[in-house]
Ligand binder design. Sequence first.
Ligand SMILES: Nc1nc2c(c(=O)[nH]1)N=C([C@H](O)[C@H](O)COP(=O)(O)OP(=O)(O)OP(=O)(O)O)CN2
Ligand SMILES: [Zn+2]
Length: 136
Amino acid sequence: MKVKVSRKAHFNAAHRLYRKDWDFDKNQNVFGKCNNPNFHGHNYELIVSITGEIDKETGYVIDMKVLKDIIKQEVEDAFDHKNFNLEVPEFKDLNPTAENIAVVIYNKIKPKIEPELDLEITLYETPRNFVSYAGK
Ligand SMILES: Nc1nc2c(c(=O)[nH]1)N=C([C@H](O)[C@H](O)COP(=O)(O)OP(=O)(O)OP(=O)(O)O)CN2
Ligand SMILES: [Zn+2]
């Protein structure tokens, strides 16, 4: 019997969506206002979900306190009030779209949890735009 447990988190960050190998007009055509060279920001809402067996002794799939600390260390401390393009090394050569941010978060958290646990990342960039990534 597998159970999914989830924890929400929040961070605020700035970004610009563009490709360095495209000129401004092409970036403007593809990314529009998200290509603003002066950047823009979002209040990102994150849901980290872990699925696994309930431990017979503790009754936990994962200790929420442990999950909270992993999210703080790997996501909030690394991303909150940062500029993805300028300050977060993972995005030096990676466009900080919601899709790419979700994959980066997955790849940071997965090694920190027990390997038999499944991980799913859901990231809201706006209240109406969100992406999910569960590996593969
Ligand atoms: N597939 C994706 N499309 C877009 C992404 C993305 O990460 N993945 N990102 C953006 C921009 O970041 C943009 O800033 C999104 O915000 P916004 O333009 O405010 O979005 P909406 O107009 O849809 O605002 P709502 O509040 O959600 O109505 C664009 N596309
Ligand atoms: Zn944006």
